[in-house]
Design a binder for this molecule. Structure first.
Ligand code: SF4
Ligand code: SF4
Length: 306
């Protein structure tokens, strides 16, 4: 049977997901549910209805097409209000077929490895000129393990550099093999205290730390990504424990400190999820520099952003 992967986004010309110019593909489905997630459309494994209410012209086609009565439309002069009851919606897509303004679409599209590789390959000239390549992220790429492994092998057969951006919660043999065969690992480390990690992400961190140690033992090149989220991961205790742990790993090439941002906010309303960081305070530059210096004081190569 042909393996297919569910992809919700492809970025061409990324400079932040590894070295050089990269094409980043985002696979659907993640075992974690981080409170600060900036790709909430990547959490569910299934396709999800995406609603851009601002593009709706109020024609009402979708209301008639929905077999489950999941869509409510209210019009008052120029004011159009479109709501989807996600408890009733089965993501059947019938409303998308009759929406001519593209206010409705899906997050998530299936590709075979060859189909996705053909898209990736079009950017090959940029990889060669910049020592870039392909980054597979998500969601959590290793939770589509066979697809991710096959895509990595296909890229490597064609001399394209591969990176995987992982949350580290990898439980399958093929998922671990995908990490072992990738050229570069971008590893998100979201907290050293397992109970706090569970509260913040929905999963404890033992498997994550174990996988990171194993990748280190394999000698993989690893870039660590540390999200700094006020009230969740930014305590001095957590950051110090993170730096002390990373200082024991020989394969960590760099630590990217990722201050909280709100770029993903708009996507929450598009899929009917609640955004929980509405009142979050952004981190002042001075504090960001202090955190960078903390990691450097442990002998680590740290940068802000990445
Ligand atoms: S995807 Fe299907 S069930 Fe969901 S709102 Fe559209 S027509 Fe209704
Ligand atoms: S079909 Fe599209 S444009 Fe028409 S009411 Fe539904 S979402 Fe709006």
């Amino acid at each position: 049977m042909t393996i297919k992967g569910s992809v919700f986004h492809i970025i061409h010309g990324s400079f932040v997901d590894g070295y050089g110019i990269r094409t980043t593909v985002f696979l659907k489905g993640c075992p974690l549910k981080c409170i600060w997630c900036c790709n909430p459309e990547g959490q569910a494994f299934n396709q999800e209805l995406k609603v851009i209410a601002a593009d709706c012209n109020g024609c009402g086609n979708c209301v008639s097409a929905c077999p489950h009565g999941a869509i409510q439309l209210e019009k008052e002069q120029d004011d159009i209000r479109l709501d989807v009851d996600r408890k009733l919606c089965t993501n059947c897509g019938k409303c998308i077929d009759v929406c001519y303004t593209n206010a409705l679409s899906f997050f998530g599209k299936d590709y075979t490895v060859d189909e996705l590789f053909n898209i990736i390959q079009k950017d090959a000239i940029f990889y060669r000129s910049s020592e870039g390549g392909v980054t597979i992220g998500g969601g959590e790429a290793t939770w589509q393990p066979e697809f991710t492994l096959a895509l990595i092998r296909k890229c490597k057969e064609n001399y394209i550099h591969t990176a995987v951006d992982t949350c580290g919660y990898v439980t399958s043999a093929d998922g671990r093999q995908a990490l072992a065969e990738a050229d570069l690992i971008l590893f998100d480390l979201k907290g050293m205290d397992s109970q706090q990690h569970l509260k913040n992400t929905g999963a404890p961190n033992e498997i994550i730390l174990e996988n990171l140690k194993n990748l280190n033992d394999l000698g993989k090149e690893i870039i660590i990504r540390v999200p700094v989220i006020p009230g969740y991961t930014d305590s001095q205790q957590n950051l110090t424990a993170t730096a002390a742990f990373l200082a024991t790993l020989k394969s960590v090439a760099r630590v990217d400190i990722l201050p909280v941002h709100q770029f993903g906010k708009v996507k929450y309303s598009q899929i009917g999820m609640e955004y929980k960081l509405v009142d979050i305070q952004l981190i002042p530059q001075e504090r960001q520099e202090q955190i960078k210096m903390l990691f450097e004081s442990y002998g680590l190569n740290a940068q802000i952003g990445g």
